[in-house]
Write a protein that binds this ligand. Structure first.
Ligand code: PHE
Length: 439
């Protein structure tokens, strides 16, 4: 029933889902707050030991069943089918995320517009951080019309892309946007290499100072590794249902994990080169780092700064929208499979929910935080946990090996299997537990 991606389409679409605002601002922010290089090493280690392992579990579930998350658990479970299919409903987490995530992409659209405006009026951003803070806060609290318009643009665009289906919508968009994102970032990176701040940024990002890690760092790194690989919200299961036959999914996954890390590092290098060059605060929070500090720094470069700002925000927009689309598709695919909805009808139903929640987030900042908290700290860890438990304990080992053996040596398969049964679930329990206690 579902069309399949091309091989490169699959890699780019899943990489598009993974690379998102998580890389663009959660990653630089957390690196900044947890002392740089040591946090990155931790993040890489956890991405491989936990993220990669669970990613393969979800990929297996999608590939084997060729269904949406709910249908997939139902089909693959040998007993308690109904109970397992409940796990598939963690895809609701993706709908909650896309509601507030699209609001943030909306701010990005506003900043693209703003940068273009400053470019053509030959003016520039404000160089004073305080002034830019005012502009940003003013946008959020007083200029709701602009925020709603920008959110609506993002909303209609992402739903339009999903309405075109896997091959003609999702794949086409990713095949264009992912390389474009990469080129834009590369241009920015080359520029950053030529400013003095680049060396400090490299030192900060690559020199591991373990004394700067604290007890939250490991939890942050693990949470980010899962969020950043889109695990636990149904997106990977859904995209893997359209995996082309005979794809070496192990090497595809390695590419995806690598691209995800690379983009995070490139973003980090760019952001911190500017921060160190012009002396803003590297401890700044996500939105502040991007919309306030960075814009002030661009402003110091006059017209060139406006051009860099446009490139940067367009890159963020591409990163964001390719992820947003991957959050909408799971539920849409579910409605199509389960209730024989047409794609259009499914999207109208989902659209109402997402638009309503998005507007609630705009009008009431607390809802924004609540949706983020419920999805990232509760639903996604649950989804990730049950995916690894399901594959580790409820799927026959021979069935798994049959799928993995063409691409993975027996010894490596055993290693992955051990991680899927023991290390990954334990790690998720630990983050969930600590997150819960932190409140
Ligand atoms: N991985 C995306 C990011 O880094 C977020 C995401 C979460 C995408 C869950 C899909 C599902 O921004």
């Amino acid at each position: 029933m579902n069309t399949t991606f091309s091989k490169i389409g699959f890699i780019l679409a899943v990489a598009g889902s993974a690379v998102g605002l998580g890389n663009a601002w959660k990653f630089p922010t957390m690196v900044g707050q947890n002392g740089g290089g040591a946090f990155i090493m931790l993040f890489i280690a956890l991405t491989l030991a936990v993220g990669f392992v669970i990613f393969l579990c979800e990929l297996y579930i999608g590939k084997k069943s060729q269904l949406d998350p709910v249908g997939a658990y139902y089909k693959l479970a040998s007993k308690n089918k109904k109970l397992w299919s409940l796990v598939g409903f963690t895809m609701i987490g993706a709908l909650l995320i896309v509601s507030f995530y699209s609001v943030i992409i909306g701010w990005i659209v506003y900043y693209i517009y703003f940068s273009i405006k400053t470019l053509f009026s030959f003016a520039s951003f404000n160089t004073d951080i305080k002034q830019n803070e005012l502009i940003f806060n003013n946008l959020l609290s007083n200029d709701l019309t602009s925020v709603i318009i920008c959110f609506s643009i993002v909303f209609f665009m992402s739903f339009y892309i999903v309405s075109k289906g896997v091959k003609n919508g999702i794949e086409k968009m990713n095949v264009f946007m992912m390389p474009a994102l990469f080129i834009l970032l590369l241009l920015m990176l080359i520029y950053s290499m030529n400013i003095d701040g680049f060396f400090k940024a490299c030192e900060f990002l690559f020199y591991p100072d373990f004394s700067k890690l604290n007890e939250n760092s490991i939890l942050n790194a693990l949470g980010l590794a899962c969020f950043s690989l889109s695990i636990g919200a149904g997106s990977i299961i859904t995209y893997s249902a359209s995996l082309p036959k005979k794809t070496n999914f192990i090497s595809s996954t390695l590419y995806i994990v690598f691209i995800n890390l690379l983009v995070g590092l490139m973003m980090g290098l760019i952001v911190f080169s500017f921060i160190f060059e012009f002396g803003a605060n590297s401890n700044e929070q996500g939105a502040g780092l991007i919309f306030i500090s960075l814009t002030s720094l661009f402003a110091k470069l006059g017209i060139l700064g406006s051009i860099l700002a446009i490139l940067f925000f367009i890159a963020l927009f591409f990163a964001g929208i390719t992820s947003a689309v991957s959050m909408i598709e799971p539920f849409c695919f579910f409605l199509i499979n389960r209730f024989s909805f047409s794609r259009k009808k499914a999207l109208i139903l989902i659209g109402f929910i997402v638009y309503f929640l998005g507007i609630c987030c705009i009008l009431q900042g607390r809802i924004f935080d609540i949706l983020d908290y419920i999805s990232s700290n509760i639903i996604m860890p649950l989804g990730a946990f049950f995916a690894t438990i399901f594959v580790g304990y409820f799927i026959k080992k021979e069935d798994l090996y049959a799928e993995f053996s063409p691409y993975l040596k027996k010894s490596l398969f055993e290693l992955w299997y051990f991680f899927a049964r023991v290390i990954a679930p334990l790690a998720v329990i630990i983050i969930a537990f600590f997150n819960f206690y932190k409140g």
